[in-house]
Design a protein. Structure first.
Length: 395
């Protein structure tokens, strides 16, 4: 028979997995176990627990297993940093895994027998698991699965210095993109080098609007997410936070792309110096598991007016040279130029095939050309907009 008094004490004393006590499902389960141990009515805490569980699953074992595997704790942090893990921590870890495994096997029948409650109790399921073995295997794969929020999510943004997961990220796949194969291959190779622990460089994806620069970065991130790659999107105003963010990520076993979309500066932009310092690679801003990928419609990143050429700076030449050479501090610049008419028509034809738009090739080409003229010219984005319009009209 389940000893609820002992189980209540064991949960209260969790140390390695202490943060689980605040989990949205485990917290009300703990309150339910406490109620049974103290001989209190269980109807309300039982309902609160099952309502919380049902939001995610009706299998308690699956929920607790996932929560344990995704938990960020002292054992995983020390392991990721290559620090020695003491026998005391290992012993505590193993004991708590046994406790959590026991909790994961609780059934409604355990509560009925213990309390003698005769009324209706919502059901949930359990399944067999050996939590110690599962956890040991996952710890070995921390460099690809991650832990904490990095195990559950693969895309993030920065809000007031805190990483926040993107719950519905852009799932653009490499197969969704057409043209620019050589450019995408360069991004793929650099990212693969990062994942393989080889030297990888910061990338600037420069070119015309609508050519797929941002989509390329997101598609590459999606392609490698199961190999331990995570994407963190930053705003230009957050560039000064990059050194601190890199320090935070440097001991994580995963690999990260810091993504800055549509980057450009004005002449007196304070953020200019912040990015320059990061790209020059000061001790505090370089890490073997982090790269910066930026996109821009401006080759030199700086918006320059004709009036800028007539300044009163004594060392004007040096000032202008510094402004236009920022892009050179990226390890590699990859250029996405607007396609010509023939390339545009090829993209349209391929998209038509993918979307199932059946139209005479010559009619399709004429309509696509007219659409591009009305829009902003030839680009993969315009081609996709045109095909989506044709698909909607056909449906």
């Amino acid at each position: 028979m389940m000893d609820f008094n002992e189980l209540s004490e064991e949960l209260t004393g969790l140390t390695v997995f202490r943060s689980l006590l605040g989990d949205t499902v485990i917290a009300p389960l703990r309150q339910l176990i406490h109620a049974v141990a103290d001989g209190l009515p269980i109807r309300v805490p039982y309902a609160e627990f099952t309502a919380a569980l049902y939001k995610y699953t009706d299998n308690l074992t699956d929920y607790i297993t996932t929560a344990v595997l995704e938990n960020e704790n002292v054992y995983l942090l020390r392991r990721a940093r290559g620090q020695e893990i003491s026998d005391a921590i290992r012993s505590c870890l193993e004991h708590e895994l046994s406790v959590l495994e026991e909790v994961s096997q609780l059934t409604p029948e355990h509560f009925r027998r213990e309390t003698g409650y005769k009324g209706f109790l919502p059901e949930w399921h359990t399944s067999s698991c050996v939590l110690k073995e599962i956890y040991a295997a996952r710890a070995e794969q921390a460099s690809t699965h991650g832990y904490g929020m990095f195990a559950r999510y693969d895309a993030f943004f920065l809000n007031n210095g805190t990483l926040v997961p993107v719950k519905n990220p852009d799932r653009t796949a490499l197969s969704d993109l057409y043209g620019y194969e050589a450019q995408r291959q360069e991004v793929l190779e650099n990212t693969a080098a990062l994942l393989n622990g080889k030297p990888a460089v910061n990338l600037l994806l420069y070119g015309d609007a609508g050519t797929g620069k941002s989509s390329t970065v997101k598609a590459v991130a999606n392609h490698f997410k199961d190999r331990g790659l995570r994407l963190i999107e930053l705003k230009k105003s957050q560039l000064r936070e990059i050194p601190g963010l890199i320090d935070q990520l440097s001991e994580n076993p995963l690999r990260f792309i810091l993504f800055i979309d549509d980057l450009s500066f004005t002449k007196d932009d304070d953020d200019f110096s912040a990015l320059k310092a990061v790209l020059e690679g000061s001790v505090s801003s370089r890490s073997g598991n982090v790269v910066i990928y930026a996109t821009s419609n401006r080759r030199h990143l700086v918006k320059e007016n004709f009036s800028d050429r007539n300044g009163d700076d004594i060392h004007f030449n040096d000032t202008m040279q510094e402004m236009v050479s920022l892009s050179d501090r990226f390890g590699l610049t990859i250029t996405f130029l607007r396609p010509n008419k023939s390339e545009y028509q090829s993209i349209v034809a391929e998209l038509a095939r993918q979307y199932g738009v059946n139209m005479d090739a010559r009619v399709l080409a004429v309509k696509a050309d007219a659409f591009a003229i009305r829009k902003s010219g030839y680009s993969p984005r315009v081609a996709k907009q045109f095909i989506e319009l044709m698909k909607a009209a056909a449906d």
